[in-house]
Design a protein around this ligand. Sequence first.
Ligand code: IMP
Ligand code: MG
Length: 175
Amino acid sequence: MEKINVLYDNDTVVNRIKELAKQINNDYQGKEIRVIGILRGGVYFMTELTKYIEVPVTIDFMAASSYGNGTVSSGKVNITKELDESIEGCDVLVVEDIIDTGRTLDALFDILKNRNPKSLKLCTLLDKPARRVEGVSVKSDYNGFSIPDLFVVGCGLDYAQKYRNLPYIGEVVLD
Ligand code: IMP
Ligand code: MG
């Protein structure tokens, strides 16, 4: 059975999310944001973040899965849940739980760019910069915490689909 060691408690996570929202409020003054939450991991972060955004917000959701196995960099994604609305001409902010190798978001951004949004930015709760693979150009414009190469859960992140609902971010320790 695995153990979960707390890395960032709930207060720390919420305070950091409020800081990100403040930055976003500044950068998007006078604009309207189309927030795209990436299912399923990005949902907890997205709902918390948007509570503190003070410019007009509309939300939509998308789900994607990478092709092939984890060792092969195919650079392609399969959209398993499509957006409900067009993003053409919109200021789009994609909200995701974590950027790891970057493959999934990189491929997803190629698809979204082709749909002619007015702007396209990325907001992530976590970043594992040491894990990024070559050829990935997508960067997080707003990132909560940069972490080393640990496996983490909570605040939307899962281990075998469990622990997404933990109100803190914890490291999975196997024993
Ligand atoms: P990548 O950036 O394409 O390698 O994949 C990112 C996806 O891998 C995220 O959306 C998560 O679903 C998953 N992932 C990466 N690292 C972790 C982690 O530490 N805990 C839980 N899921 C993770
Ligand atoms: Mg995910």
